[in-house]
Structures are given as C-alpha cells and as structure tokens.
Design a protein around this ligand. Structure first.
Ligand code: FA5
Length: 335
C-alpha cells in the first residue's frame, strides 16, 4: 500500500519533468490531482486496509496530496512566467519604426540656395525679423508718406517697429558694418498683409543678394541669376527680366522663371502667363549708398530679393504655397 503511494509520487515527478505546453500542465493536473485522478483513487485504498493501518496510510496519502499540490502550484507559476517572458521577446512581431524628424522642404531649398551662392563666392549674412522703420524703409530710399510704402502691405508693431516686409534691410545692416567689396546673400522670413492665393502667403521667405564693388554692371546681375537658375533647375530653365520699379534700385527689374506646371502654356498657378515671378532686382540706388556712407561715384552694385517659397514650388512641383505652412505630416514626410 505504501509502495503504491511511492509509485504515484515517482510517476508524477517523472511526468512533471516532461511538461512542455499549457496543455501538458492541464493533463498532469487531471491525471494526478483531478477528481478521478491518481491521488483521489489512492484514497479508496483506505477502505481496504485494516483499521490499525488506517491512520498511517491516511497520513501518507495526505502527505502525497500536499506534496503534489505544492509542486504542481509552483510548476504552474513557473510555466506562466516563462510563457509571459516568451511573449515579450516574440521575434516574429513586426518592428515598430520610430518617427524621425526631417528638414522642412523650405529649409532644404534654403540650404541648396546657400550652397549654390557660396559656390559663386557669396557669404551668408543674417538680420532681425522685427525691424526698425529706418532699416525696412528709410535707408532704402522709402521716406515716410512716400507712395512706395503702399507697395508692401506692412504689419506694424508700433509707429517705428515693423515685421520686416522684405530681406532688403539686411543690405543696410551689412553695408553699415563693412566697406566694399561686398558679396553677400541673406535668407530669412518676411511678413506682409497680402491676400493668400496660389503664390502669395502673408508669411514667406526671401533671399536677399547684394554685390558692391567698383565697375559692377547689370550684366553681372544677369550672369549670376542665370548661373543660379541653371544650377538650381538645370540648363533647360528659362529666365526673363522685365523692367520694374523699386525705390532702392535704379534701374529696377523683376525676373521670372518658366512655370513648371504648364511648361509655359498658362495655368492657374502662373495666372495664365507661363511664368512665375521669382524676384525683384536692380542696380543699387545712389541714395542707398549715401545712407550707409558709401561713395556712389566710386562704387556701384546690384541687389536682388528672391522668393524662396516660389523656388520650392517649382522645385517640388507644388501648386499651392500654403501647403508648405499647413504642417500636414502626410505632406511633410514626402520630402
Ligand atoms: C521685394 O521684396 C524687394 N525687396 C526685392 C528687391 C531686392 C528688389 C533688392 C530690388 C533689390 P517684391 O515685393 O517684388 O520685392 O518681392 C520679391 C519676391 O518675393 C517676389 O518676386 C516673390 O517671389 C516673393 N513674394 C512677394 N510677395 C510674396 C508673398 N506674399 N508670398 C510669397 N512670395 C512672395
């Protein structure tokens, strides 16, 4: 009888060693600890033994039951723990890709513009976005009450302080600090109360260019702009200069690049003209030189102010400028 108890115990421990799946765990429980399992059946032996043996057999059976139950509880725990562990390092799960940031398309184009102009011998300068009336207007030959102030709808902070309407004030700040020769560009943000449409935004980006030296001519300006256009868009791009007016340049011009959307046929983006206006430009007005203490009899120079967002539209085939500023992640991740 006691041998039977030992046999059950031995068999249990052998079976327990073989457990591999949760099904095996359940089978082990049913086989030994279930209602009709080996331990329950062993208790029926009590009926067969003489009364004087009953206490000892009862004790042995209770011990067997406790030992197996304890062992089984531990086994069940270990099995659960190892199962959980296996789940947390399931190598078959697809990886989770972290979202990485990237440069905004306008910043990418700005970088490219800087690289091209550095290659043409220009240095990169910077100026404040909140400007004095003097730098944004006065020193650029636009006195107060001059009708030319209406050319750019200005956002005033107070009578004297404005959000700069163009990057041209950086010309003045650089010329105040340096003597010629000057060969610089200044990219940055500008602000205007313009009505938004496909090519106009109240907040946009310009890159100012300024070259001052002896014997600088309009032909130098055209040469540099064409070299820039070819490096930025390839040799196929067409550039056209039109006469224009700016108080700080004389003569003044505007130049356009081919509209890439309609290949010059005329469309909504280019307002049926086949061209997209990129920049204002011209030869620096003598009054501007006088405002910074340069002698206009000795020096001449050219300046330009290009719209970076317009260049980015042509570069990336974007037919609405506002798309750049809506910060739609589905748009931004394409660049
Ligand atoms: C100016 O801002 C002059 N400061 C440019 C200049 C510099 C002329 C130096 C002469 C010498 P204009 O207002 O035309 O000029 O703007 C220049 C360029 O900025 C435009 O050709 C266009 O490409 C871009 N631009 C102007 N307004 C907007 C706008 N609301 N949204 C997007 N781009 C604009």
């Amino acid at each position: 009888m006691f041998e039977e108890v030992e046999k059950i115990k031995k068999a249990y421990f052998e079976d327990a060693k073989k457990v591999k799946t949760s099904d095996d765990v359940e089978k082990l429980r049913i086989k030994y600890l279930g209602r009709k399992g080996a331990v329950s059946s062993a208790f029926t032996m009590m009926e067969e033994v003489p009364n004087d043996k009953k206490p000892m057999l009862g004790k042995a059976l209770n011990q067997l039951k406790t030992e197996l139950e304890n062992h089984f509880a531990t086994l069940q725990q270990e099995f659960k723990a190892s199962l959980n562990k296996r789940e947390t390092i399931d190598l078959t799960l697809p990886g989770r890709k972290p979202n990485t940031g990237r440069k905004h398309p306008i910043a990418q184009v700005e970088d490219e513009i800087k690289t091209i102009f550095k290659g043409l011998g220009f240095v990169v300068e910077d100026g404040p976005e909140i400007e004095n009336d003097f730098y944004n207007f006065e020193a650029l030959n636009i006195p107060k009450s001059h009708p030319a102030r209406d050319m750019q709808d200005t956002l005033y902070i107070n009578d004297d302080i404005v959000l700069r309407t163009h990057t041209s004030p950086v010309q003045i700040r650089v010329m105040e600090k340096k003597q010629p020769p000057v060969r610089m560009i200044a990219p940055g943000r500008v602000y205007r109360r313009d009505t938004p449409d496909a090519t106009h935004s109240p907040f946009f980006h310009q890159v100012e260019g300024l070259v001052v030296d002896k014997d600088i001519s309009f032909a130098d300006l055209k040469g540099v702009i064409e070299a820039f256009a070819h490096r930025m868009f390839g040799k196929d791009i067409k550039v056209r200069f039109r006469p224009s007016f700016f108080p700080f340049t004389e003569p003044s011009a505007e130049y356009d690049f081919n509209c890439v959307f309609c290949r010059g046929q005329g469309c909504r983006v280019c307002k049926q003209t086949g061209w997209i206006e990129i920049s204002g430009a011209g030869m620096v007005h003598p009054n501007v030189f006088r405002a910074v203490g340069y002698d206009p009899e000795i020096y001449s120079g050219y300046a330009f102010g290009m719209g970076i967002d317009r260049i980015a539209m042509l570069k990336f085939d974007i037919d609405g400028i506002r798309t750049f500023f809506e910060n739609d992640i589905r748009f931004l991740t394409q660049f």
